[in-house]
Design a protein around this ligand. Structure first.
Ligand code: SF4
Length: 468
């Protein structure tokens, strides 16, 4: 596992969220249960006061200390410091020790303090946890340059945001390009339409997954052989069988109806022909999602997208929205909004449960996100690789001029603490990129705001200041 340079506030944020780890054990193999996390201590001494934990069959009350690595107890000079006498558990993220030495056991007043190495018990990769946490800054989040940046002219800030927003557009395009190059290497071809359609399909599905099923949808899309579907000229019912079956969503269904029976029957035939690698139903998240975001609803939409992509030139029509349209934003949005799911999914969120009201399979907000994170970078890449300068100009015009009414935790907090209001997609994207790639990485030295505010030698340890 690559050791990210996480600061203690960040590790604390992981520690406080049980969802990120399970099956905790001390370094000597004893099971640990957290009964009470205690209270965050903002003064000197251990990080959490009055916590309660159970180790094997014994309950302990006292303090918990969080560290980046095993060596920190000694590097921070806690040994012999009375303020740490009540520590009942040391939580370290990495098992990094002194070169050639050992930091265990930690002993205070002849008492061994149990240690947990948190990175060994994570429920998902640290990179995924990192992404989730930085996308949801806590209420304590504070930029190192706040409130001092008020003195900097907002036109200068906006100019810098424009610059950063282009880095973000490039960043997204590079990601798509890497996938494109990979696909081109596999089939030994260059610039084939089917590979463009494939990346369009894959990353749109990722965006359809919303926050809880993004990875699942990307994984799923990677298992679908679009060209095989095209050659076999599958109809919508057959594509639905292939999609729901591959996703594992046809297994253990509680309900029965004609549609489900037909889908299962098709699936038996199709899986013989396509031999897809299937997913497990348990991989999909339904919990705490609004029904319109359920993987089943989104999957039905993915089927329609697939059909339009393979049999109705959806990719070409998206390019036309930039090249020919007088109102790109409207036409592009309509292109996605007008995709029709099959009849069953117009009144079902899940298998077997009919609802009376007509279901809107996708909303304008989701389409806006797809346009921002998939269509724009894709068109930017496409126009660059095919040397279509007019198209590229239209793509960047769209990026800089289309209003962005959407907000998320990052844009909200960044707008507030930088004292600016994002008025276009590019400005919102610039704020997100600035936050993710400069602020939380402590790169104030590379930021035009930071350069004006912090003299090199007095640049604060920014990662210590930003609170998660
Ligand atoms: S990177 Fe720039 S905007 Fe972010 S905290 Fe540092 S100075 Fe402020």
């Amino acid at each position: 596992m690559k050791k990210l340079n996480l600061n203690e506030n960040f590790i604390s944020r992981i520690w406080r969220d049980k969802m990120y780890y399970k099956g905790l054990k001390t370094t000597d193999g004893r099971e640990v249960e957290i009964l009470d996390y205690g209270i965050v201590n903002k003064d000197s001494g251990a990080d959490y006061k009055n916590a309660r934990i159970k180790i094997e069959n014994s309950v302990f009350s006292g303090d918990i200390e969080i560290h980046r690595s095993l060596r920190d107890w000694f590097l921070h000079n806690h040994k012999g410091d009375g303020k740490y006498n009540k520590v009942i558990l040391q939580v370290v993220f990495w098992d990094e020790d002194f070169p050639g030495g050992t930091s265990l056991p930690v002993v205070m007043k002849s008492r061994e303090i149990p240690t947990v190495i948190l990175s060994e018990f994570l429920t998902k990769s640290i990179h995924d946890i990192w992404k989730e946490i930085i996308n949801n800054p806590s209420k304590d989040f504070k930029l190192p340059c706040f409130p001092g940046n008020e003195k900097i002219d907002s036109a200068q800030k906006k100019e810098w945001l424009r610059n950063v927003s282009m880095k973000r557009l490039n960043y997204h395009s590079v990601r798509l390009n890497q996938r494109l190059e990979f696909l081109e290497e596999i089939d030994g071809s260059k610039r084939k339409k089917c590979n463009w359609e494939r990346i369009f399909f894959e990353y749109t599905l990722e965006a359809l997954g919303y926050s809880k099923n993004k990875e699942q949808f990307l994984k799923f899309a990677g298992k679908i052989e679009l060209e095989k579907i095209r050659k076999a000229k599958l109809n919508i019912g057959e594509i639905e069988s292939l999609f729901f079956g591959t996703a594992g969503l046809l297994s253990n269904l509680k309900y029965k109806d004609d549609y489900i029976e037909q889908l299962k029957e098709n699936w038996e035939k199709i899986k013989e022909k396509f031999k897809p690698e299937t997913m497990n139903k348990a991989e999909w998240n339904f919990f705490r999602l609004r029904p319109q975001n359920f993987p089943t609803t989104r999957m039905a939409y993915a089927v329609s997208l697939c059909r339009e992509m393979l049999f109705s030139g959806f990719f070409r029509r998206a390019v036309f929205c930039f090249e020919k349209s007088k109102n790109t934003n409207k036409d592009l949005t309509d292109l996605f909004l007008n995709l029709q799911v099959s009849e069953y999914w117009r009144n079902h969120y899940v298998f077997g449960k009919k609802v009376n009201s007509g279901i809107k399979s996708i909303g304008a907000d989701r389409v806006h996100e797809i346009n921002t994170n998939v269509v724009l970078p894709l068109m930017y890449l496409y126009s660059g690789l095919f040397d279509k300068s007019d198209l590229r100009e239209k793509v960047t015009d769209y990026y800089f001029s289309v209003k962005d009414k959407s907000e998320n935790e990052i844009t909200r907090v960044m707008q507030k603490q930088l004292g600016i209001k994002a008025s276009s997609i590019s400005e919102s994207q610039g704020l997100i990129h600035l936050h993710n790639f400069y602020c939380v990485k402590g790169k104030c030295d590379d930021c035009s705001i930071g350069k004006q505010m912090f003299k090199k030698e007095s640049n604060p340890g920014v990662l210590k200041i930003i609170l998660y």
